[in-house]
Structures are given as structure tokens and as C-alpha cells.
Design a protein. Structure first.
Lengths: 274, 217
């Protein structure tokens, strides 16, 4: 009898602690919502008051955002565009701070205010529009396939139930591939580096994501090649917290300026060579 | 409060993950107990080369992160032509890693039985094996149960690391769900609950076992 009561107490305590945790979480969310509500009125003003823009960028994605081990700086297309945008909005390209994000962390980090904006190979999608505001498209990518040279896989039609497809957690390509090749087994890894390593180790037959990223991998190891062309449209956008209309507009204007003065093409050609 | 539609909408994925975590934990639990006992015997046995093997094993696997062991098995061994799936690699990594801790727990338990007992047993004509079987181990097991229980609980929780090799267990499924729905916090709470479904009964069972063994004193 005594033993049973002790056990009951034990169970009760653990359930209680979970509930308390959950309650904390709920409260957290509410305060976050309030926070964003207050900020949304003046997100551009807040940024101007802080006199810097904190951009969330990838640091493991060749050509777009990759940490240079010798300098410790993150370099790539996204980073250069972010610097130019900052220069136009705040008048100085040094008023910029970069924080590392992954496909998984970027939206939570944006919503809790760690970063002002995401410029991290992020595809504009309907689902994401519910969570964040997007600017105009700043890069046109498309999903493609990377295989070892000499692979039997030549296009998306060759993916059958025996094929192991490697993708990255939280990416649109992981969702797309399940629709386009429903029979294939999909293995999702933490980031592009781990995904590519898994492909090299033969843990999968093909790696799928945006062609822009695959070109970066193929340029790093010429045993691998792209096959099958683009089978989706992946327009990249820059994301802000919901309700940041004035900030979105400022970035859109700045983007248009970069495109018209040739700066955009200059950066594009610097990084993307096909 | 908690968004329960996330749980109901993705029940299939949660259950799939729960099933895989359960299987991985069970396999690794049995495997690491057998391997750990063997290594403990190596470390205690009065044969020097076996001691060395045991010591090298324990110090190697105990002192490097599980994550690295896992990655080594998953992407390092294929270089040598040995390829395991994420699930297999995860089970092996958990087994060899936990075995090192179990070996130490068992060794400590055996050594904690007073030396006089061995001497008395041996001088009354029992062999080394008999001494172990009838005198030392029955006493050691009582001392070993609590630390062994800790290792088994750690094993279940450590299985969450398998998410990085796409092993399909609870954490992996949770990661997929949260990356699709963006409701990370709630998903993690549900995952925690699923882990509790495994760890709480395990914890309770160990406590009961400990008490019933204590009674036989």
C-alpha cells in the first residue's frame, strides 16, 4: 500500500512538472506575441534607432553563406547582398551584424528577436508566408539532384522505392521530393555539410536541394554532378517578422536599386558560375 | 497552452518514432549489458592481457563523445567498405558507448565486496569461478543495480542523438514535425512525454528491483 502511494506521488510529480513546463511555454509565447505586436509598428524605426541590422545567414552553405576558416568571416552571395542592402538602408555597410542560422532555427530566431531579418537561401512558400513576411524574390533557384558520376540516376523519374534520397531537415526540398517521388526513401540530415558527407559515404544514392547549393558541392568535389535539371521553382526571399511592412518595403526598394545599378549582377556573377 | 492538434495531426510520425526509440533502446540495453559484463570480467580477471584490453576499451569509449562514435560508425566505416544504416549505426554506437559505463559500474560493485570474502572462499577450496558465482556476484549485484539503472536511463535519453544520422527515432520525427509546422516548443514537449513513457516505468522497475534485492539481505 505504502509503496503504491509513493509510486502515485512520483507519477503525479512528474506529470505536474511537465504541465508547469508547458505553462511556462505558453506564457513565453504570449509575451513574444505581445512583443512583436509592439515592435511591428516601427520595425524600421527600431532598426534605425539601433543603427544596425542583424541578418540571419547560413554559415555552412558554399556560395551563399560559408564561414571562411582563415578569417572567421562568413562569405557568400547572401552576405554580400545583405551588406549592400544595409549600405542603402543605413548608409554604411559596416552597420551590419551576421548571426548563424540553420533551416531549423531561422524562423524561431526571427520571432524571438535574435535577428532582424533572414537572408539564408530561404524559399518563399505559402506555409512560410503564414509565419513571416517576405520581400521580393532576390534569387531564382530550382530543386535538382546531385549524384556520384556514373550513377544510374539520370532524372527524378529514376527515383524508386530502392532509392535513398538525402535531404536537409526543415528544407522545402525535403517536402517537395516526397511529392515528386513518393516511393523513394527520404533521409533528412541536420545541414548541407552532413548531408553531403552522407552522400559521399554512400549512405544515400542522391542528394536533393536547390541547384544553387548543389553547384557549390559539385565545385568542391568533382566526383559528383547535377542531373535532371530543375524540377521545381524555388524563389529565394528575405524574411522579416510578420507585420514589418515598412522594413519589407525598404528592403524591396533597396533591392530594386541594386538591380538597376548593376551591383546585383556583379555579386551574382562573383558567386554563381554555371 | 499546448497545441494538441500538432500531436493528433502527426500521431503516425510520433508513434513511428516512439517505436524506433523503444527498439533501439531495448537492443542497445541488452547488447550493452552483455558487452559491459564481458568487459568488466576482462578488467577484473586475474589475467594481465585481458585487463589491458578491458582498460583500453573502457578508457577509449568512455572518454570520447557519443556523437563522434556515432559519426565514425555511420560515415567513417563505409570508407572501409562496412556500411550500416542510420538505425543500425545508432544501435551499435549506443551499445559500445554504454557498455563502457556498465563495465565500470559492475567492476566497482565487484571490487566493493570485501577482499576477505574472496580469501575465505578460496581457502575453503572454491575455484575462482565458483568464488565469483556463489560468493562475490550475489553481493555485488545489489550494489550495482542503482548505477546500472542510471546507465539504462541515460541510454534511452542518449538515443535522441541518433536524429543526426536519420535513424527515424523519436527525436528525428520530432525534428521533422517541428521543421514542417514551426511549432518547435510544443513538439519538444510531446517528445519529452513520449520519452517519459519509456523512462518512468524503467525507473520504477529499477527501484522495485533494488528494494526486493535489499529485502533478501
Amino acid at each position: 500500500m505504502f509503496k503504491n502511494r509513493k509510486f502515485l506521488m512520483f507519477m503525479l510529480l512528474s506529470v505536474l512538472s511537465v504541465l508547469v513546463l508547458a505553462a511556462c511555454g505558453g506564457g513565453d509565447k504570449e509575451s513574444k506575441d505581445k512583443d512583436s505586436g509592439a515592435k511591428s509598428k516601427s520595425s524600421l524605426e527600431t532598426i534605425k534607432a539601433n543603427d544596425k541590422i542583424v541578418w540571419g545567414v547560413k554559415n555552412d552553405t558554399k556560395l551563399f553563406g560559408l564561414k571562411n576558416p582563415s578569417t572567421g568571416e562568413i562569405e557568400g552571395f547572401d552576405v554580400d547582398i545583405a551588406k549592400e542592402l544595409t549600405k542603402i538602408i543605413l548608409g554604411d555597410e559596416t552597420k551590419v551584424e551576421f548571426k548563424e542560422v540553420t533551416s531549423k532555427t531561422r524562423i524561431p530566431m526571427l520571432n524571438n528577436g535574435d535577428i532582424d531579418s533572414i537572408i539564408a537561401t530561404m524559399t518563399i512558400s505559402k506555409e512560410r508566408r503564414k509565419e513571416v513576411d517576405f520581400t521580393d524574390v532576390y534569387f531564382e533557384a530550382g530543386q535538382s539532384l546531385l549524384v556520384k558520376k556514373g550513377s544510374k540516376i539520370k532524372s527524378i523519374d529514376d527515383l524508386d522505392s530502392k532509392t535513398k534520397v538525402i535531404a536537409v531537415k526543415g528544407s522545402t526540398s525535403a517536402i517537395n521530393i516526397r511529392e515528386k517521388a513518393p516511393d523513394a526513401q527520404v533521409l533528412e540530415f541536420e545541414n548541407y555539410a552532413e548531408a553531403f558527407t552522407a552522400l559521399k559515404a554512400g549512405q544515400g544514392d542522391v542528394l536533393t536541394t536547390d541547384d544553387s547549393i548543389l553547384y557549390g558541392m559539385a565545385s568542391q568535389d568533382n566526383n559528383f554532378e547535377l542531373v535532371g535539371g530543375k524540377f521545381t521553382e524555388e524563389p529565394y526571399g528575405i524574411a522579416m517578422k510578420k507585420g514589418s511592412d515598412d522594413f519589407v518595403k525598404a528592403v524591396n526598394d533597396a533591392l530594386a536599386e541594386l538591380k538597376s545599378n548593376g551591383k546585383y549582377n556583379e555579386i551574382h556573377d562573383k558567386w554563381i558560375k554555371k | 497552452m499546448l497545441d494538441f492538434t500538432i500531436l493528433t495531426d502527426n500521431m503516425g510520425m510520433f508513434l513511428e518514432g516512439f517505436k524506433n526509440t523503444l527498439i533501439v533502446s531495448l537492443l542497445a540495453l541488452i547488447g550493452s549489458f552483455i558487452l559491459g559484463t564481458l568487459i568488466a570480467v576482462f578488467r577484473i580477471a586475474p589475467i594481465k592481457p585481458l585487463n589491458w584490453i578491458g582498460t583500453i576499451y573502457v578508457e577509449f569509449f568512455r572518454n570520447i563523445p557519443l556523437l563522434i562514435i556515432l559519426f565514425f560508425i555511420f560515415i567513417g566505416l563505409p570508407v572501409l567498405g562496412i556500411r550500416f544504416s542510420g538505425f543500425q549505426a545508432g544501435t551499435i554506437a549506443l551499445t559500445v558507448y554504454t557498455a563502457a559505463f556498465i563495465a565500470e559500474a559492475i567492476r566497482a560493485g565487484v571490487l566493493s565486496v570485501h577482499k576477505g570474502q574472496t580469501e575465505a572462499a578460496r581457502s575453503s577450496g572454491l575455484t575462482y569461478i565458483q568464488t565469483m558465482r556463489y560468493i562475490i556476484l550475489p553481493q555485488a549485484i545489489k550494489i550495482v543495480i542503482p548505477p546500472l539503472g542510471n546507465q539504462f536511463l541515460n541510454l534511452v535519453k542518449n538515443s535522441s542523438i541518433l536524429t543526426i544520422v536519420a535513424a527515424g527515432e523519436l527525436m528525428y520525427q520530432g525534428d521533422l514535425i517541428s521543421s514542417r509546422t514551426f511549432v518547435t516548443f510544443d513538439v519538444y514537449i510531446f517528445i519529452a512525454l513520449f520519452y517519459l513513457i519509456i523512462t518512468l516505468p524503467l525507473s520504477y522497475g529499477i527501484n522495485r528491483l533494488e528494494k526486493s534485492l535489499a529485502k533478501s539481505n
